[in-house]
Design a protein around this ligand. Sequence first.
Ligand SMILES: [Zn+2]
Length: 125
Amino acid sequence: MASVGQRNTGPEMSVRRLLHRMGYRYALHRRDLPGRPDLVFAPRRKIVFVHGCFWHGHHCRKGRLPTSRVDYWSEKIKKNQARDATNVAELKDAGWNVCVVWECETRDPEALRRRLVRFLKEDSS
Ligand SMILES: [Zn+2]
């Protein structure tokens, strides 16, 4: 079943295309980093995850749980969220800056572009 951690999804591809067009270069799905981040900007020490709203439990319409088997799904999504949090914590400990882009945010490319540019320009702290 297609699930969490799926690569090269539609939302991920829109983020990649957007950044590539602006001249940013990045590595994809580095296996040596926690969570195999979708986009890695190594010289900037920055990472972008593109999360599906459902699988990663976003608080938006697309992130709503199905009305059947609620316990099953909420358990599953909670596990995904816990894993996401662990991955981000480990990356931050290792000195990376992390930005999470939600699937629903890719619907507004202009706002997304501004957010990503701001994130990638920021000084690491
Ligand atoms: Zn969402």
